[in-house]
Design a protein around this ligand. Structure first.
Ligand SMILES: Nc1ncnc2c1ncn2[C@@H]1O[C@H](COP(=O)(O)OP(=O)(O)O)[C@@H](O)[C@H]1O
Ligand SMILES: N[C@@H](CCC(=O)OP(=O)(O)O)C(=O)O
Length: 359
């Protein structure tokens, strides 16, 4: 049966848009745009997260090897993004569709106000039937300021916009149960239920022009599906792939969405990288938090304030062994939390509505 989505995010990896020699594959871009136009005609809202700036830049300028890799990447991305967005704009115009450029950095997801500004911008674009084409702002995002890759960015955008689905196009048919280059490896067609450790069969490497590789894609997909968004990982080099994925006519990896989480929980889930405070809880608190019943974190279950935090900041929760359990917004600061630690009948440190659990 075909999937019935109203709002989807489509992420296209560098390898899908790039030929073997590293230059942009215009025929493929045109074919993908043609499919997106068909999808849009059905009334489905689409946000595109497209890699390819560096690959486009590489096709436009030749540089000597004496420049370091970061500067080279900035140069390629800065020139290439213009070319990439122009290509999209020209192609979408054929179908009377307007597209727009949205360049973001990891910092834009850090602050709730920035986050809401970005969300409002994307929403007004969608309300005006524009296709936002999102990419990382590679010119200013370098080293530790970077997203792991655009898969991470696509997951963030999907959560931010409460999309029903995220379609990740890459250069293989989905997640394989082993190295896809080795005969006998098969595509895992469905992932559901309890989180899986993908590192046992997905290698950490990435393909020639990709950044994060399949392992980051798998982990992001799992996290996004946990937040109630379906994720499809499919082969973007195949003819008619987007239409076939939505019609459920092609083998690929489908992550079944979990019960839907609130918008705030989605933000908390993805803001973990910015958490400053760390709180350790005992086994009893861990069992209560991870049980089927909705529970807030009470001071009685807190055994250690590992790192300080203020009221309203995101804090990480770890168990007695130091394993991460989840994230939440602190109802009060670490000084007060330290005073109440271990005591019964005290105000919750994290209210259930502002708690996101990883296990
Ligand atoms: N178990 C696996 N299943 C699928 N792909 C895998 C697996 N292990 C490693 N890979 C590699 O991951 C690559 C896709 O990730 P990546 O290079 O990040 O591409 P993209 O540019 O689409 O983001 C594939 O080309 C494949 O070689
Ligand atoms: N922002 C970069 C792409 C980085 C990236 O994550 O690439 P990929 O792993 O192919 O999705 C670019 O436009 O070239």
């Amino acid at each position: 049966m075909a999937y019935n989505y109203q709002r989807i995010i489509i992420k296209i990896g560098s390898n899908v848009l790039t030929q073997k020699d590293g230059l942009p594959d215009h025929n493929r871009i045109n074919h993908l745009v043609e499919q997106i136009a068909k999808i849009k005609k059905k009334g489905i809202e689409v946000v595109l997260v497209s890699s390819g700036a560096v690959a486009s830049g590489r096709s436009l300028i030749t540089i000597s090897e004496k420049f370091d890799s970061i500067a080279t990447r900035q140069l390629f991305a800065s020139i290439g993004q213009v070319k990439l967005i122009n290509t999209y704009a020209q192609q979408f115009e054929k179908y009377n569709i307007l597209c727009s450029q949205v360049l973001v950095t990891k910092e834009d997801f850090r602050d709730r106000l920035h986050y809401l500004n970005m969300k409002n911008c994307l929403k007004i674009l969608l309300q005006h039937h524009v296709i936002p084409v999102v990419n990382e702002n590679d010119v200013v995002s370098v080293t530790e300021l970077m997203f792991t890759d655009n898969d991470e960015l696509a997951g963030l955008i999907a959560s931010m916009l409460n999309a029903q689905a995220l379609i990740v196009l890459t250069n293989v048919d989905g997640i394989f149960d082993g190295n896809p280059d080795i005969e006998g490896a098969k595509v895992i067609e469905e992932v559901s239920g309890k989180p899986i450790d993908f590192s046992t069969f997905v290698s950490t490497g990435h393909s020639q022009f990709g950044r994060g590789g399949m392992i980051t894609k798998s982990n992001m997909a799992q996290k996004t599906a946990q937040l109630g968004i379906a994720v499809h990982i499919a082969n973007g080099t195949k003819e008619n792939i987007l239409v076939d994925v939505l019609d459920n006519k092609v083998a690929h990896t489908y992550f079944v969405p979990n019960r839907s989480a609130s918008g705030k929980k989605k933000w908390i889930a993805h803001a973990g990288n910015f958490a400053k405070g760390i709180v350790q809880v005992n086994e009893g608190a861990k069992a209560a938090l991870t049980s089927a019943k909705a529970s807030s974190l009470l001071p009685v279950g807190v055994i250690n304030i590992i790192s300080a935090f203020k009221k309203g900041e995101i804090i990480k929760l770890v168990d007695e062994t130091g394993k991460p359990i989840g994230l939440g917004i602190a109802e009060y600061g670490s000084d007060k939390a330290a005073e109440m630690m271990g005591q019964k009948n005290q105000k919750a440190l994290i209210h259930y509505d502002y708690l996101y659990l990883e296990c």
